[in-house]
Design a protein around this ligand. Structure first.
Ligand SMILES: [Zn+2]
Length: 319
């Protein structure tokens, strides 16, 4: 079994977009665009999760470290989907879960996707991204006095795509080709110690900071639908009762229902909230009940009285 030192987690942008699309009225001018963006992000995450699961099955990776979603402080921006540290070198995988027909165009370098319905869309050519990540990784290794080969490949996880390519250097692989590709690289035995590098990378890891998304997408927070989402039926219909939350639609009860609403606020609106903002967003009538809800979370706060601002950063958008 290989060592998954950083397991798959949905990207923060996906989690934020899920919250945004669920709270944005469908009549909002940006709604359809964001819904599409969310679908693309979810498909991307799904492809990365699939490849992470496949990699775990490979016997040949038994003494390797596998990391999902790697962002390091480097001269050029870096966001690696999957990083494999092997005794023969580093492998950077750029995962593209895109359906339809795709053309890797040469001049200018673009990725053009045509869907089954004939819709045409241009994407950043993943080869440009991958070249940049390889360069950034080389720079990172240099800064830590580490020399080892760095390989990179673009991977289409599923056979749901027709790929056409004009030139280009870096390998483009289907998911099923990965075992052979990795096998060939690892066969060149270099016996590089991998534990130290895995440790350095983990200690330098950064996170993406897209929040608050209302600011990111220039959406007025007041247009968002208020309320607490029911985990059972998905409606914003949870009502605060004395000891629990109660869904007015499906009668589901949940004591912790407010947690996801507070995370939504953190991801969409801001990293701190007052009692009034909390009452408004969670649709609780009583300031006293709201105060109890907030105090139970042991959040750090600043200010006094009604100006008290509760810091939501510890909620962090993770579920
Ligand atoms: Zn419900």
């Amino acid at each position: 079994m290989s060592l998954i030192v950083k397991p798959f987690a949905p990207s923060r942008l996906t989690l934020g977009l899920q919250a945004l699309v669920s709270r944005l009225p469908s009549t909002h001018p940006q709604y359809l665009k964001l819904q599409k963006e969310l679908k693309n992000k979810e498909a991307g995450d799904f492809g990365e999760l699939y490849i992470m699961k496949e990699l775990q099955k490979y016997q040949q990776l038994s003494d390797c470290h596998i990391l999902h979603n790697v962002i390091l402080p480097t001269v050029l921006p870096m966001q690696i989907d999957i990083l494999i540290i092997t005794p023969s070198g580093i492998i950077i995988l750029e995962i593209k879960n895109i359906r339809g027909t795709v053309h890797f165009k040469k001049e200018p370098r673009q990725l053009i996707r045509i869907t089954e319905t004939g819709e045409v869309r241009a994407f950043t050519n993943p080869e440009i991204q991958l070249e940049q990540y390889i360069l950034a990784m080389k720079d990172f290794l240099d800064a830590h006095d580490i020399t080892m080969p760095i390989y990179g490949a673009i991977v289409f996880p599923f056979n749901n795509v027709d790929i056409y390519r004009e030139g280009g250097e870096l390998p483009i692989l289907m998911g099923k080709e990965l075992p052979m590709y990795i096998h060939k690289l690892i066969a060149q035995k270099l016996d590089i110690a991998t534990d130290d590098l895995a440790h350095i990378i983990l200690s330098q890891m950064r996170q993406m900071h897209p929040f608050p998304l209302c600011k990111f997408y220039k959406i007025e927070p007041s247009v968002l639908q208020r309320g607490v989402t029911c985990e059972n039926c998905g409606q914003l219909r949870m009502q605060k009762l004395k000891a629990t939350w109660f869904c007015q639609k499906c009668e589901h009860k949940c004591k912790e229902a407010h947690m996801s609403a507070l995370r939504d606020f953190y991801m969409l609106v801001g990293d701190s909230m007052t009692n009034r903002e909390c009452r408004d967003f969670l649709k609780i009538e009583s300031p006293h009940v709201t105060k109890r809800v907030l105090q139970k979370l042991y959040l750090t706060s600043s200010g006094i009285g009604k100006h008290t601002k509760y810091n939501l950063s510890s909620l962090n958008g993770n579920r």
